[in-house]
Design a protein around this ligand. Structure first.
Ligand code: F6P
Length: 199
């Protein structure tokens, strides 16, 4: 019942580079780095141009409740405030929160190997798996589907991977391995049988 055929772009992006990104640390709730702040500013210019190009008046902006995502989304100046949704928060890394991948391998070698073996189903102790994230973001997928105006989602690596795979219908097994680089916007426009994509 949420489906309709009105074409409108869906923009997916990760937040700007965070301090943790510069240190290769997972999780946390840190601020943007200087480069990340610059990306947020560039995003503002980018969406101004998109608004002119696509001629849209209204737009929806969804982001997470984590500082790096909120700071990025707050820069977008299209006359609407972002909606801060917990369900768009990054995958919960539980026990490994704040650690580098090297530290995880050193301190929790068993966990590290388990994750390498099945990254899609592996659940961080006291945290989440990609399968958990897929389940958690289902309501936001309905919400995006329902919109008749362009939608901008400023989220995180794992969450953008899951959303992107839903709209492009790639294999679920690929989700944890998809390349979603920082400082990129993915523009998806749903068409009859697939989504057109520009990065
Ligand atoms: O490194 C940035 C980050 O968003 C982490 O917070 C998160 O744990 C990770 O990416 C998810 O990517 P992967 O599943 O490849 O570790």
């Amino acid at each position: 019942m949420n489906l309709h055929i009105i074409p409108r772009p869906i923009y997916l992006t990760r937040h700007g580079e965070s301090v943790y990104n510069t240190q290769d640390r997972v999780g946390g709730d840190c601020e943007l780095s200087k480069r990340g702040e610059l990306y947020a500013k560039k995003l503002k210019e980018f969406f101004k141009k998109e608004q002119e190009k696509e001629k849209f008046k209204d737009v929806k902006i969804f982001t997470s409740t984590l500082k790096r995502a909120m700071s990025t989304a707050n820069e977008i100046d299209l006359g609407v405030k972002p909606l801060y949704l917990k369900m768009l928060d990054e995958i919960n890394t539980g026990l490994c929160d704040g650690m580098t991948y090297e530290e995880i391998q050193e301190i929790y070698p068993f966990e590290y190997n388990e994750r390498s073996f099945d990254k899609l189903r592996y659940r961080y102790p006291r945290g989440e798996s990609y399968m958990d994230v897929i389940q958690r973001i289902e309501p936001i997928i309905f919400e995006i589907e329902r919109q008749r105006v362009p939608v901008i989602v400023v989220a995180h690596n794992a969450v953008v991977r899951c959303l992107y795979t839903y709209f492009t219908q790639y294999e679920i097994e690929n989700i944890p391995h998809l390349e979603v680089p920082l400082h990129n916007v993915i523009k998806l426009t749903p068409e009859t049988y697939h989504c057109s994509e520009i990065r």
